[in-house]
Design a protein around this ligand. Sequence first.
Ligand code: 3NM
Length: 211
Amino acid sequence: MRSRITIPTGLYGITGEAFSNGKSNLQCVESMIKAGIKIIQYREKDKPLRDKINDIKKIRELCRENEVLFIINDHVDMAILVDADGVHVGQEDMHPSDVRQLIGPDKIIGLSTHSQEEGLACLEEDIDYIGVGPVFPTTTKDRKAVGLEYLDFAVKNLDIPFVAIGGIKEHNIETILEAGAKRICLVSEIIGAKDITKKIQKLNQIIEKKY
Ligand code: 3NM
């Protein structure tokens, strides 16, 4: 693990048109940036590759103009194509060491982890942050919740920036903050909101009260 670019604290934004109530990924990103989110991951499972590439070209520019970090889920080739700031992979995706070889030493690599074992194993990898979750039950990803226990373990034992994720909503974000998480991702709660900007403002009020 090295310190390259600092992973911002606070909210971590993720896209996905299946969860955005009719809004396009681009619209969601515009709103998230407007509300002050500093790191955005393009995660889109349901569109043809060409449409994804159209999306990321536009989002790359938006993020650059606004000094927002841009991470691409899974697709290392797409990240290289648009010179994204980094790649996020899961446990069954390309191994982080192979991702590193492809994207180079200065880019961000994030890895999803779902257990203490996976969390500890990631400390051996040349990566920059991990996802910790799903903390609560979620329908956004087909994976069982791991509960607060792993989050608590991560806070106390994992010396790497981590993003708490999974089933986090306005009504339970305080529990996550109280557990000690400094980076939090809410997917459907943010992009599925009627007014994304307002939702983020409300969440930020809760976060600021805690820190
Ligand atoms: N990754 P929501 S949970 C994309 O645990 C993703 O690695 C997870 O969506 C993990 O905030 C998740 O709508 C979905 O529950 C989170």
